[in-house]
Design a protein around this ligand. Structure first.
Ligand code: SF4
Length: 326
């Protein structure tokens, strides 16, 4: 495919709040892309329901970071998020909500289709049919929000996502550029040109941190506590140390997960239950009450930029081997 980074009307950064998606934003800014064309899109895993699976602070961290860089941010979510989808029992999958530039919130779905039962955790597998958290709570939500906003019709949109080949063999094989799921470039009635771009697929983690240092970005608090990835707090790919750390920070949520393992008769991990898993792990030494409070707060009340009076330092989680994606 011929590719010209400048030949798009809109740039959507698929933004988790982690280092890789932050690097995507910085990559666009470094290349001189007009900030008024850039939007950060964050899919809220807990769907604005009660907190269950993700870091409480992540949405506000995303919002504050967007404000600090002077770019727009929009949130999308499946009603009830992870918990509602996991507990689906002879029901349709829930509606998707998405924010629009005129400050309205719209919804789509939830009214047609077959009723079915899930009552299972997502499985840590490359297959998105069983790893339903990625598809139902992120990929489909993002695609639906593009498809259902007329503002994307008749223009060229580039969706940037931050998968890196260093993280897994599967990711190393992803295309750097391909038509996005929401693309309709050959549509008869509507033309919607949407490319998916993975510019950092071949970047090293060193290069990512160097870019954050160049812009003096203070990473998400989870990295300072020792987490190597800013994924869901209880990401299904987490290893024993990650789960032991998350359990010591959010004990109540962890107890709920243990209870659901008993109720479902299925464990979250293939080969062990969560109570056994955390006994094999050690919580990260860098977890402090202040950092835990910040990560589990709904307000991010720290700086986005490290002031020049302080040294920018790698967080404890940098280069840490942890349970990663497939
Ligand atoms: S971060 Fe982990 S648990 Fe969360 S959606 Fe992605 S794969 Fe699923």
């Amino acid at each position: 495919m011929d590719f010209d980074l400048f030949n798009y009307d809109k740039y959507i950064v698929s933004f988790s709040g982690g280092k890789d998606s932050t690097a995507l934003l910085l990559f666009l800014i470094d290349n001189g892309i007009d900030k008024s064309k850039i939007e950060l899109w964050h899919q809220e895993i807990d769907g604005r329901g009660e907190n269950f699976f993700d870091w409480e602070v992540t949405p506000d961290y995303c919002k504050k970071l967007a404000e600090a860089f002077g770019v727009s941010v929009f949130f999308q979510w499946k009603d009830g998020g992870f918990k509602r989808e996991m507990l689906r029992c002879n029901e349709r999958t829930a509606k998707i909500f998405y924010e629009c530039p005129d400050n309205t919130i719209h919804s789509v779905g939830g009214e047609k289709g077959k009723c079915s039962t899930r009552l299972k955790f997502p499985q840590p597998s490359p297959n998105l049919n069983v790893r339903w958290c990625s598809s139902y709570l992120k990929i489909d939500v993002c695609a639906a929000a593009i498809r259902n906003q007329e503002r994307f019709n008749g223009i060229r949109t580039l969706v940037l996502s931050g998968e890196r080949g260093e993280e897994s063999k599967q990711r190393a094989g992803y295309a750097i550029l391909e038509p996005d799921k929401s693309d309709l470039r050959n549509g008869k009635k509507i033309m919607r040109y949407v490319d998916r771009y993975r510019p950092i697929r071949d970047w090293t983690e060193r290069r990512i941190w160097d870019l954050l240092e160049k812009y003096r970005v203070r990473p998400h608090p989870c990295y300072f506590m020792g987490f190597g990835r800013c994924s869901c707090k209880f990401c299904i790919f987490g290893n024993a140390n990650q789960f032991a750390s998350a359990a010591c920070i959010s004990h109540q949520n962890f107890s709920q997960l243990v209870q659901f393992e008993k109720e479902f008769g299925y464990t979250l991990k293939r080969d062990t239950d969560l109570s056994t898993l955390i006994k094999k792990g050690v919580p990260y030494h860098d977890i402090t009450p202040e950092l835990a409070r910040l990560a589990t707060s709904y307000q991010y009340n720290s700086d986005i930029f490290i002031p020049y009076s302080q040294q920018w330092e790698l967080p404890a989680g940098a280069f840490k081997k942890c349970g990663g994606p497939m």
